[in-house]
Ligand binder design. Structure first.
Ligand code: ZN
Ligand code: ZN
Length: 275
């Protein structure tokens, strides 16, 4: 059984209202041993100025206040659950130097690198898909993702690799690893070479994709190419989503020949057996 959830959000993320302490209590109810918070930090996110929260642009993390809140909770829950200090960093090609600096200057246990924007647009918004075919849009996502990770590799796991298919006009109906292999293989090759893990994000089930992000065939390909490091997270923004569908993820990983999942503490992986 997977006894950790290492991709979660609380009210320190601008798109989440869940108090940190409520999520901790929920994790204890689920008998988790480890809970890692990975609050959103998307520098230069193309947000609507109307969506500012507390005078800060959307997805811009107040890292100092997050750290302070985390340390209070860590002390309070000592001996009950292991709490980890993580971040989900939004990658963009022009942010490489900034990201290096940010990662070096904060004491994170775990950094998820996630591609949330392409050409300064988030596929979450339908305008991203306007004026081009679904394939062109998906290809542009994987092409820029490769640029992102080649320019900055200082993160521990690559978040929800096929994020774009959550929001495409036909979602994943016509999407397959095979169709996009030429764009996905170089991404997998790069992370394997840099010892960056592949995240298996269970939110795909909640979003109606019938599987995690990335999909089964991408996980199989990663394994085939020699990839071994996998992290598992729910991407919970609510209490209900904490470790959701982890039983299905575990079964899928075992089917793909993956025997361990990794948890990063102090930016170093520890392996826990699956099954
Ligand atoms: Zn994300
Ligand atoms: Zn997330």
């Amino acid at each position: 059984m997977i006894r950790s959830d290492i991709h979660t959000h609380t009210s320190y993320s601008s798109d989440c209202d869940t108090p940190m302490e409520a999520l901790i209590e929920e994790a204890i109810r689920h008998r988790l041993d480890i809970l890692c918070f990975t609050e959103h930090m998307d520098m230069d996110y193309p947000s609507d100025p109307a969506k500012e929260t507390d005078g800060r642009p959307e997805f811009l993390l107040d890292t100092d206040s997050y750290r302070e809140g985390f340390l209070k909770m860590k002390e309070k829950y000592e001996g009950k659950i292991t709490l980890l200090f993580g971040v989900e960093l939004g990658l963009q090609p022009h942010l490489a130097a900034w990201s290096e600096d940010y990662a070096a200057n904060h004491d994170f246990d775990f950094i998820i690198g996630s591609v949330h924007t392409i050409g300064h647009m988030d596929p979450y918004y339908p305008s991203f898909f306007e004026g081009r075919s679904e394939k062109e849009a998906y290809v542009s996502y994987f092409e820029e993702a490769l640029l992102d990770i080649r320019s900055f590799s200082g993160f521990n796991t690559l978040g929800h690799l096929d994020y774009v298919v959550r929001y495409g006009p036909n979602r994943n109906r016509y999407f397959s690893y095979r169709e996009y292999a030429d764009y996905i293989d170089p991404i997998l090759e790069h992370i394997i070479q840099k010892d960056i893990a592949l995240e298996v994000n269970s939110a795909g089930y909640r979003k109606g994709l019938g599987g995690p992000n990335p999909c089964r065939d991408i996980i199989l390909r990663y394994k085939e190419m020699g990839g071994e490091l996998v992290t598992v997270g729910s991407d919970a923004h609510t209490l209900q989503s904490l470790c959701s569908d982890f039983g299905r993820v575990e079964e899928l990983l075992l089917e793909c020949g993956i025997k361990y999942h990794a948890v990063f503490i102090g930016r170093r992986p520890r392996l826990y057996p699956l099954g």
